[in-house]
Design a binder for this molecule. Structure first.
Ligand code: ZN
Length: 146
């Protein structure tokens, strides 16, 4: 169990140090910004959707290791998924963060299961997902975890 925990932390650090799909793309359909004042995390998500499929997703922002790694893993996880699949994964990820679930099939999101032991960090891990959801619903306002 300790070894597993170590591995999870390494995956989170890897995504924090080299975030995937980081940077504002030249073109995109939807965007939203997420704000977690509790920790100081900020993330903007840029999404391209074609025929109900998320064909591209990027993010920018700055925050703690958990929020950055979560945004990075989110982009890897949802690229190529349909809107319905992304919504389903979002729901399962929320469950994972609150201990009802240990894995999200077809993703590497279980690396965040340890976050549930630190309730304040759950908001860090969920921030990019809330921003994604807002972007997909084309809400223009900034979302906040508060
Ligand atoms: Zn944070």
């Amino acid at each position: 169990m300790e070894e597993l925990r170590e591995l999870y932390q390494q995956a989170i650090l890897d995504h924090y140090k080299s975030p995937r799909n980081f940077g504002k793309p030249e073109s995109y359909d939807k965007e939203a910004e997420g704000n977690n004042p509790l920790c100081g995390d900020r993330v903007s998500v840029y999404v391209t959707v074609e025929d109900n499929v998320i064909t591209d997703v990027h993010f920018t922002g700055s925050g703690c290791a958990i929020s950055t790694a979560s945004a990075s893993l989110m982009t890897e996880t949802i690229k190529g998924k349909t809107l319905a699949e992304a919504e389903d994964i979002f729901g399962k990820f929320q469950e994972l963060l609150t201990s009802e679930r240990d894995a999200v099939p077809g993703s590497k999101l279980e690396v965040f299961a340890g976050v549930r032991e630190f309730p304040a960090r759950v908001k860090c891990a969920a921030l990019a997902w809330h921003a994604l959801r807002a972007a997909l619903k084309e809400k223009k306002q900034v979302v906040t975890t508060e």
